[in-house]
Design a protein. Structure first.
Length: 344
């Protein structure tokens, strides 16, 4: 539950706080909220503007850019990157605005593939005419150099600024890398869809472990692990969900994994885990109901029961959440327990 005026006023009424103390606490909370990402109108403008700028130099680069020389692309990327670094320094050190500063730094990281592509084009690496915008559309092992350079740039800037939104292009690049590694590590004739799903699941699991490690190591109070969790879940859960099987045991195993995601989300206080786990659980129950009641008038009623059952489960979880979390924490080592208690 977030702090609000009503809670503070109740504290004043009960004599827990004086009116002056309540006003001071509210002022401190308001100042802290300015630096904490959330669904505020100001923050939404930050992210909308930042994503448009990043998209302009990544997703929406047109074929007209291919008429420029490779060194021309490099100069444009360096000019934009220098401006982005200057803006990051100004926002971070002069205006003390970490959220827009992180967006500006992420913009610089997102320019790295364009710069590397320009160098490669200048040396004739893309002589057959593949366009830069395909970087975000097609899987190709030759993108790996651009991805590794982007990760290196992201690591250097993160070391300097340590702003959470900067992890977004790094996590996205890791996701791209997981897809482009498949044709690099395996022969072309082995690039089956099943193989890509397996690689996606494995790489997503590695990214989730990296996110957990980042979460445990973080002492700044800033959420550097969010984007790693998100893209790790997209790779892991997406690959897992696309693995079609007629085996009931495999489907039940899929259900168990999604239930574990829900539990992990509750323990770690990560709603993304709960969302993905809930979608997977609903998909399993819907598939089960369809298999049992296909072509039957009972099917809609079965889905209704499943939906209401999930609502009831949510009610029970809310009622016994603290008790269940305490039971889980009691089984964990002291280090893990300390970390999880800090998360809550």
């Amino acid at each position: 539950m977030g702090l609000n005026r009503t809670i503070l006023q109740q504290a004043v009424t009960r004599g827990i706080l004086s009116q002056a103390q309540a006003d001071q606490v509210w002022q401190l909370s308001s100042e802290q909220a300015l630096d904490t990402p959330g669904f505020r109108f100001t923050h939404m403008l930050y992210y909308l503007g930042g994503l448009i700028a990043i998209g302009a130099m990544t997703l929406f680069v047109t074929l007209g850019w291919e008429q420029l020389s490779g060194w021309g692309l490099v100069l444009i990327a360096l000019a934009y990157g220098g401006a982005g670094l200057g803006l990051t320094e100004f926002l971070q050190n002069r205006l003390r605005l970490p959220i827009p500063a992180g967006i500006a730094a992420a913009f610089v990281v997102a320019l790295t593939p364009l710069a590397v592509y320009g160098v490669q084009k200048a040396f004739g690496f893309w002589a057959e005419g593949q366009a830069y915008r395909d970087y975000h559309r097609l899987v190709d092992w030759r993108w790996i150099t651009m991805e590794l350079a982007t990760l290196a740039t992201g690591a250097l800037l993160l070391r300097r600024y340590r702003l959470p939104f900067m992890v977004m292009p790094v996590a996205l690049t890791l996701w791209y890398l997981s897809m482009d590694l498949t044709p690099f590590l395996f022969h072309a004739q082995d690039q089956t869809l099943a193989l890509r799903k397996t690689v996606s699941v494995c790489f997503g699991l590695v990214m989730l472990l990296l996110a957990l490690w980042t979460d445990i190591r973080s002492r700044s109070g800033k959420d550097h692990a969010f984007w790693l969790y998100l893209f790790g879940l997209l790779a892991f859960w997406g690959g897992l969900s696309l693995m079609r099987s007629d085996s009931q045991f495999d489907k039940f195993l899929y259900l168990c994994i999604n239930l574990l995601l829900i539990v992990a989300g509750a323990v770690l206080s990560r709603r993304t885990f709960v969302v993905f786990g809930g979608l997977g659980t609903a998909a399993y129950l819907g598939d089960l109901a369809y298999g049992l009641f296909r072509d039957s008038m009972v099917f809609p009623f079965a889905l209704t029961v499943i939906g209401l059952g999930l609502v009831l489960l949510g009610i029970l979880w809310q009622r016994y959440e603290s008790r269940l979390k305490k039971g889980v924490l009691d089984f964990l080592p002291v280090t893990a327990r300390t970390f999880l208690m800090r998360r809550h």
